[in-house]
Write a protein that binds this ligand. Structure first.
Ligand SMILES: NC(=O)c1ccc[n+]([C@@H]2O[C@H](COP(=O)([O-])OP(=O)(O)OC[C@H]3O[C@@H](n4cnc5c(N)ncnc54)[C@H](O)[C@@H]3O)[C@@H](O)[C@H]2O)c1
Length: 388
């Protein structure tokens, strides 16, 4: 099993902490004030760590698990149920993208009828999302076993879709209590989804670097998360069963998901929610296409974040953060144009209108006054133009 690469660079914060003195006091005074809220999750990481699930149930004090999966991953849920033996209360295998309210209600009812005292979600963001919908209603603890790089398992953010509208919110009850990261489970993740899912994770970290509530701790995680995925994705593209690269990617996804759970997101996530929610485009692919364009839009307003992204991608002096992210997608077979993932050019006006009508905070504002600039950004994303 590959050992994850932990950051050894000394930041101003670390220097000041380890050797306090006059000069260091000056460093401390020049540092921005911040609040860092640690979210309470237990992480079990390593190849083969799925086998630790029964022990983790003991640690949680749980005795009857409802196992969740998508229909496509039913066999995985069966494997988990077999591992749990008598402690598997049942399987619910109808997790679906964006958590339809009907599915959430059905799963809550099944959990209640079976007397489940925890939910074990094995799969990607859709399955974790279903677990969160159950927890939101019942407070049932979730054990998440992620098999993609989406990062939902590290956040207290939930989303439920009712009558075509996805409502999202934050609630500490939905944060999985235990996360088992077993890189062996992602060995078979289709290579195309591996690359787009990995860039979806990078998007959380990239926006985390310029978040209004960013702090030195989330910056460290963001930069190292991007670096881990930037190293791993080309290796996975070349050899999908490269165990070391899979471990590196999952480690990166963990860090990037932690950043998503800790700080606010901005323009890029707003655009992706608009395109995914109102135009039904596939989640990870939309993130992959939009990210370079959103970074180009924000570059001048967030130079330090761009410097860190370039350093993490090994692109310093060679390519901008935006171009480096475009190249990461393009050279590893991922889509770079909205026209290639189901967007109609005729809908770009409406997408720009929706995106600017209720904007998120962003280092470069994008309200109604910037509608034209956002429309231009979407045009470049539609055509797949490499940013400078
Ligand atoms: N709340 C949050 O913090 C948060 C964060 C990120 C994503 N999300 C949500 O998660 C959803 C997207 O999640 P996703 O991108 O992980 O996709 P997904 O969970 O929808 O999975 C896509 C497909 O891949 C399959 N799959 C997953 N892992 C596999 C593997 N290892 N091998 C083979 N097939 C596998 C799934 O069964 C499914 O059919 C969206 O609804 C998004 O909004 C939420």
């Amino acid at each position: 099993m590959a050992r994850p690469h932990f950051p050894l660079r000394k930041t101003d914060f670390q220097r000041a902490w380890h050797a306090p003195g006059r000069a260091d006091a000056a460093i401390i005074r020049t540092m921005k004030s911040f609040i860092y809220q640690n979210l309470p999750a237990r992480v079990v990481f390593g190849a083969g760590s799925l086998a630790q699930l029964p022990r983790e149930m003991d640690t949680l004090g749980a005795a009857r698990a409802l196992v969740l999966s998508t229909p496509e991953q039913r066999a995985w849920a069966e494997r988990v149920a077999e591992l749990l033996g008598a402690r598997a209360a049942g399987i619910f295998d109808r997790a679906a993208m964006h958590v339809p309210i009907e599915t959430a209600r059905e799963a809550r009812e099944v959990a209640r009828q079976l007397g489940a005292d925890c939910a074990v979600a094995i799969g990607g963001g859709s399955t974790t999302g279903l677990g969160k919908a159950i927890a939101l209603d019942s407070g049932l603890p979730i054990v998440a076993i992620p098999t993609t790089y989406a990062g939902s398992e590290m956040t207290p953010i939930y989303g439920i879709t009712e009558a075509g509208l996805k409502k999202t919110g934050r609630d500490p009850r939905v944060l999985p209590r235990t996360v088992i990261y077993d890189p062996e489970l992602s060995l078979g993740l289709p290579v195309a989804l591996s690359v787009t899912s990995g860039i979806n994770a990078i998007a959380h970290a990239a926006e985390g670097l310029y978040a209004a509530d960013a702090n030195p701790i989330t910056d460290l995680m963001a930069e190292d998360g991007i670096a881990a995925l930037g190293r791993a994705l080309p290796r996975i593209w070349a050899q999908p069963t490269d165990a070391e690269a899979r471990a590196d990617a999952l480690y990166g996804a963990w860090l990037c998901g932690t950043v998503l759970g800790a700080v606010g997101m901005a323009l890029h996530h707003k655009l992706c929610h608009t395109l995914g929610g109102s135009f039904n485009l596939p989640h990870a692919e939309v993130h992959t296409v939009v990210l370079p364009q959103a970074m180009a839009f924000n570059a001048a307003a967030a130079p330090e974040a761009m410097r860190r992204i370039e350093r993490a991608l090994g692109a310093t002096g060679r390519a901008s953060a935006a171009a480096g992210l475009f190249d990461l997608a393009h050279t590893n077979g991922a889509p770079v144009a909205l026209k290639d993932i189901g967007m109609n050019e005729a809908d770009l006006d409406r997408a720009a209108e929706i995106a600017v009508s209720n904007p998120y905070w962003n280092p470069r504002p994008f309200g109604a006054a910037q509608r034209g600039e956002i429309r231009d950004l979407l045009q470049r994303a539609y055509e797949g133009i490499r940013p400078d």
